[in-house]
Design a protein around this ligand. Structure first.
Ligand SMILES: [Zn+2]
Length: 50
């Protein structure tokens, strides 16, 4: 059973809940972000250039 939860705040992809498992992460401000965007943050705070 699949239930629509919301859209990823980064890429706007639809995030669903499968049998209690959400295909993403709920942030503290209750916004949703998919695992893809969660794995690769779009705003690197410490640029690693040397
Ligand atoms: Zn995303």
């Amino acid at each position: 059973m699949q239930e629509f939860v919301g859209n990823c705040k980064a890429c706007k992809k639809q995030i669903f809940c499968n049998d209690g498992f959400i295909n993403g992460v709920v942030l503290d401000d209750k916004t949703l972000i998919c695992f893809d965007c969660h794995d690769k943050p779009q705003e690197p705070i410490e640029p690693d250039e040397r």
